[in-house]
Design a protein around this ligand. Structure first.
Ligand SMILES: N[C@@H](CCC(=O)N[C@@H](CS)C(=O)NCC(=O)O)C(=O)O
Length: 219
């Protein structure tokens, strides 16, 4: 019997793009269902009743939520391309850096893209991350969990910076990280799993005032 693999996502979401990228790396066919977050579908609310967020991976009727946990599930379920390292210490470190991206880097970089106050904090987190990059990718010679978790930094940040007219990440401040960004976004299947740049630019342009005001208000 054919497997049921569905991804509930949003085209501009780095989190749902992570899941799509992992499925593409594994060569797993899936059905993609675009959600409207202003009018969430009954299925999204049923499958992710606690957070009510995308992405949701539905595998043979079982929902899995939270992008990093979904990546780990995908890695365990489908063999072939390894996303997490086998070695227990390396696995723990990969989990550590992806958590660092979500919990420390993303909030600080996002805020630094709109206001000055967070720039130093974002700089320090980015330097720490840059120092953790030892090979071509965080995963070594191939794309792994941390690279996938850093997709927002690789692609979305450049678009946000263009809209907010601030430069938190550039090659002068972060030469190694920027080299990684080039390698990552130009590799296959990453290229095919990113949203169209023009559409993303229009998305952030349309919300520029809102994002800028909401970040300032939270300070
Ligand atoms: N920690 C979650 C974050 C997912 C998330 O924030 N998704 C956003 C879209 S980018 C969402 O669904 N937001 C809907 C809402 O907050 O109501 C993950 O890694 O999957």
């Amino acid at each position: 019997m054919a497997e049921e693999v569905k991804v509930f996502g949003v085209w501009a979401s780095p989190y749902s793009r992570r899941v799509e990228l992992a499925l593409k790396l594994k060569g797993v066919p899936y059905e993609y269902i675009e959600e409207d977050l202003s009018n969430k579908s009954p299925l999204l609310l049923k499958y992710n009743p606690i957070h009510e967020k995308v992405p949701v991976l539905l595998h043979n009727g079982k929902p899995i939520v939270e992008s990093i946990l979904i990546l780990e599930y995908i890695d365990k379920t489908w063999k072939g391309y390894p996303i997490l390292p086998e070695d227990p210490y390396e696995r723990a470190m990969a989990r550590f850096w992806s958590k660092f991206m979500d919990e420390k880097c993303m909030p600080a970089i996002w805020e630094a893209c709109w206001i000055d106050e967070k720039e130093q904090e974002a700089f320090e987190h980015l330097k720490t991350l840059e120092n953790a990059l030892k090979g071509k990718f965080f995963g070594g010679e191939t794309i792994g969990l941390v690279d996938i978790a850093c997709n927002w930094l690789a692609f979305w940040v450049g678009v946000i910076q263009e809209v907010s007219e601030r430069e938190v990440v550039n090659a002068e401040k972060f030469p190694i990280l920027c080299k990684w960004i080039e390698e990552f976004i130009n590799s296959s299947p990453v290229k095919e799993s990113l949203p169209p740049r023009e559409n993303l630019l229009a998305f952030f342009r349309a919300r520029r005032e809102f994002f800028s005001a909401s970040v300032s208000a939270s300070k």
